[in-house]
Design a protein around this ligand. Structure first.
Ligand code: SF4
Length: 280
């Protein structure tokens, strides 16, 4: 299969139809700012996942974002990613990196366009306090080096900016430059939902001013990759599919999300909804 060099996205996604597919809420980590709810009954079989994916592709999906939770916990994820690529889609995997072994990367690399990883800070004690797991820095650093060595996939890093890592980000910025990533997406801590974020509101909350001060500072360092700062409201226009196969959008600050129903049962037309509701 012919591969094209990854092109960093500008966030406008003209003519694309994108879905973030939360294929599971399960995860090996327990990040204290996590916006996922507790895991409850989820779709687990390949046939139903394939039918959901086929319905989305048949109705105009062009970019598939496999997210979680931790999507690599789904045993048949590789098959779905392969089938999506064979249908001509642009695929991104967002993973915490723990299960991204060399063998897994070799299995997936021809069918992905980019991989996104979380990176908390270079401070191991802080990382462990926040994520509940050890070796986050070593794991993510190792995975970025491995992706660069074994593939030409785009490498994105996602960082939730909060009270405890806001003063640690410059060191991380220089490390990401050394590692040669393509895009660093910083998002302001969001306390409106999630098993970690809601109870930890007071621990992590920062103001928009503090957030954009740090983003502007990091951008002013003139490093060799794109840096973007996003508010939680950016999610308002993102189409998501839940682990139960329901299409929805999260609306920040409102209790009600926008629910469109189950992709399969309602035979939803993804492109029609995406364009009608101004998604991106
Ligand atoms: S934020 Fe942390 S706990 Fe939540 S899904 Fe991501 S890696 Fe897992």
């Amino acid at each position: 299969m012919e591969k094209k060099k990854y092109v960093t996205e500008d966030g406008e996604h003209k003519s694309d139809v994108i879905v973030s597919w939360i294929i599971t809420h399960g995860c090996q980590e327990r990040c204290a700012y996590c916006i996922s709810p507790e895991k409850c009954k989820e779709i687990t079989d390949y046939e139903t996942h394939k039918a959901i994916q086929d319905q989305m592709i048949a109705t105009g999906l062009t970019k598939n974002r496999y997210i979680g939770g931790e999507p690599l916990l789904i045993p048949h994820l590789g098959k779905l990613i392969k089938e999506s690529k064979e249908a001509g889609l642009n695929n991104r995997l967002s993973t915490n990196g723990i299960l991204l072994t060399k063998e897994k990367l070799i299995e997936l690399r021809d069918y992905l366009d980019s991989i996104a990883l979380p990176f908390e800070s270079c401070n191991d004690k802080l990382n462990q306090n926040i994520r509940g797991t050890k070796n986050h820095r070593e794991i993510v650093t190792d995975r970025i080096k491995m992706i660069k060595e074994l593939s030409d996939l785009g490498v994105l890093v996602n960082t939730c900016v909060h009270r405890e890592n806001i003063h640690e980000l410059e060191e991380l910025a220089y490390l990401l430059d050394e590692l040669g990533i393509d895009h660093w997406k910083l998002r302001k801590f969001n306390s409106s939902s999630g098993r970690g974020a809601v109870p930890n509101k007071n621990r992590f909350e920062i103001s928009e001013e503090e957030f954009f001060d740090v983003v502007n500072h990091l951008q002013s360092l003139g490093l060799g990759y794109r840096i973007d700062g996003r508010l939680p409201s950016k999610l308002n226009t993102r189409l998501m599919v839940s682990p139960q196969g329901e299409l929805y959008r999260m609306i920040e600050g409102e209790e009600e999300e926008v629910h469109y129903g189950k992709v399969l049962t309602k035979k939803l037309n993804i492109k029609e909804i995406y364009q009608r509701d101004g998604c991106n």
